[in-house]
Write a protein that binds this ligand. Structure first.
Ligand SMILES: [Zn+2]
Ligand SMILES: [Zn+2]
Length: 334
């Protein structure tokens, strides 16, 4: 099968990935194999390719927003049948035994495995998944539009919940890519007023089309104080900027897996009056099930920019430059 491997993590312009031909994986016991139809392109893939995330598997195949059709079953796999459509997400395995798993916070598992980092992912014609971690996907979404739900959507949803946005509250969103454009639709459906702050003119236009009350540059202050904010851009410099925009008692949730350094904060300017900052780490399967059901119910509109599998490196370069409208997806099996 054709697959992209991260050969030598480094700057994306230096071609850290190569397209190779390798045998398709055989599903071990408890796993299923999917013939990949579409794989979403997530900023985390860029972090894996560039080495911002330390390599955990040599020559790993990136990609963790995988939509495909089951074409082989490992021993004992019974949840899905041959021909079923499945989604393969970032959270690939948890131990089920550590304190966090036992209390329902499997996103914080002490020994997790992630698709496209610890396990080979979906920038390839086949991928395998531990059956309990795959999702059945709502029929409402075709493969192109289902793929970005699997990480951009689910993580954005968890970030929104972590921001503790009160009903009818004012939400600030810093950065507006694949994840933000989905989270904002959940917030709007739940009655929020949304202010988007992002560099990209195209992104600002999409934000307004989706119903944001305002869209400005990250250097601008939002037009009113925020009851909650989410930082989607991987830019630590924006943490103090967003904290200053918060109303008393509000929370800033940082959605990314990687962030550049945060400049020094001042207690009085950034945190006093019970302003809070929290990170968002992966997601639980329950987050995923909740979000997919909600996305189908409210009819989330997924904006995608498609690329061919052969152009995966070009897709990541476009993402790095902020040139993708909505979410980029690779059409593996057009
Ligand atoms: Zn665990
Ligand atoms: Zn992701």
């Amino acid at each position: 099968m054709r697959a992209w491997e991260v050969r030598a993590p480094g700057p994306i312009d230096g071609s850290p990935m190569v397209l190779v031909d390798r045998p398709p994986p055989e599903p071990p016991p408890g796993q299923v194999r999917a013939r990949v139809s579409v794989c979403g392109v997530c900023r985390t893939d860029l972090h894996v390719a560039e080495g911002d995330l330390p390599p955990r598997r040599p020559n790993v195949v990136p990609g963790h927003e995988i939509v495909g059709v089951v074409d082989a079953l490992g021993d004992g796999a019974s949840r899905f049948g041959i021909g079923d459509r499945v989604g393969i997400p970032w959270l690939g395995h948890t131990c089920g035994r550590c304190a966090w798993c036992r209390r329902g916070d499997e996103n914080l598992c002490a020994a997790p495995r992630f698709t496209g980092w610890d396990e080979d992912g979906g920038y390839a014609e086949h991928a395998v998944v531990d059956e309990p971690y795959a999702y059945a996907l709502p029929r409402r979404f075709d493969d192109d539009h289902a793929a970005p739900l699997l990480c951009a959507g689910i993580i954005g949803y968890r970030a929104l919940r972590r921001s503790r946005l009160p009903p009818g509250g004012r939400l600030g969103v810093y950065g507006f890519g694949g994840s933000a454009h989905l989270a904002v639709q959940v917030a709007l459906a739940e009655g929020a007023r949304v202010h988007v702050l992002t560099r990209g003119l195209q992104a600002r236009q999409l934000a307004l089309e989706l119903g944001a009350a305002s869209a400005g540059d990250t250097a601008d202050a939002p037009p009113e104080p925020l009851d909650a904010a989410i930082l989607f851009a991987p830019v630590g410099d924006l943490v103090p900027v967003a904290l200053r925009a918060l109303a008393p008692g509000a929370t800033l949730a940082i959605a990314g897996i990687h962030l550049t350094d945060i400049p020094p904060l001042t207690y009085a300017d950034h945190l006093f009056r019970e302003r809070a900052v929290c990170s968002v780490t992966a997601n639980t399967r329950r987050d995923g099930e909740e979000f997919l059901a909600l996305a189908a119910r409210i009819g989330i509109e997924v904006t995608t920019t498609p690329f061919a599998l052969d152009d995966a490196d070009r897709a990541l370069r476009a993402l790095a430059r902020g040139e993708v409208r909505g979410a980029a997806v690779l059409r593996v099996d057009p």
